[in-house]
Ligand binder design. Sequence first.
Ligand code: 3JM
Length: 346
Amino acid sequence: MQKYNVAILGATGAVGSEFINLIEERDFPFNELRLLASKRSAGTKLTVKGKTYTVEEATPASFKGMDIALFAGGSISKEFAPYAVKAGAVVIDNSSTFRMDPDVPLIVPEINPQAILKHHGIIANPNCSTIIMMMALKPLYDLARIKRIVVSTYQAVSGAGKEGIDELTDETRAYSEGKEMVPHILPSASLAKHFPIAFNLIPQIDVFLDNLYTKEEMKMVNETRKIFDDQSIRITATTVRVPVYRSHSESVNVEFEHDLDLAEMRQALAHFPGVQVMDEPNEQVYPMPLYTSGKNDCYVGRLRRDESNPNTFNFWVVGDQIRKGAALNALQIAEVMIKNGWLQKK
Ligand code: 3JM
């Protein structure tokens, strides 16, 4: 089997660590592996498939000879993507930087793999909440097209990286010991104000925009239309940070062009790769983030008719946002390219 030279930018963060787990777990065919990070994390030693690698500081020269560059995300993407492209690597980028660029395909492999062919060196991985919602929507869209979506998210702290995880732990401990909680990351490190996430909910993810929505909310709106290649879909989102370590949950209300029956919807969901139906109200079976973490699939439950509006349904979808919402989806993009002979080896 052909093997590829792989660079991982942001190798020490939450998404970067998951890239490494998945490369091992899925036996990804790599030859050379270059682990890159900012200066702060350079020198860290990581073991991949029994071999120890030293994390290097990313520089413009880091991508020479690489076939694939997996970018874990963040502001570092914008700086290094041009160098990786120039070196002839295909960049699969997990940040929001390039997602809405018309020259950059925005891919969920189960949904729009053919769009990969339009790339010019960069392929974007959608936002975590977008991917998890889309996995449940695609099989339903194929049954009856979607007119309108109303979504509210319940997003885990690990979406804010390792610091988000530590913040929830530290605050939970402080609160239970009667000490003061001292937030400094959430809702976002760059903002003026921070609030505790332990025993709380924060209705702000990413910065506010002029239309009074957050950037995270508008990512869901714009990315959904781009991935479905359907600008007619009406969609509105509210994104909320919750005191959960891992796995995002979403409450989705969706109106179709015509009516559907629940059995048909359940069957379409159950047959869609990467989706599992977990929906037995009589047995109290429904997905919860505590139990979906570390899993690759997205889990759908609480499927029911919206009795207030025709052709409209509600469901609840939960998925590990570091896996399918980030690293797994990105790696699956590379795997689809390899399988179809779309990835050139140097
Ligand atoms: C998820 O450094 C940054 O600004 C990162 C912001 C960020 C993003 C983003 O906008 O790229 C944090 C967490 C995302 C995302 O997937 O959109």
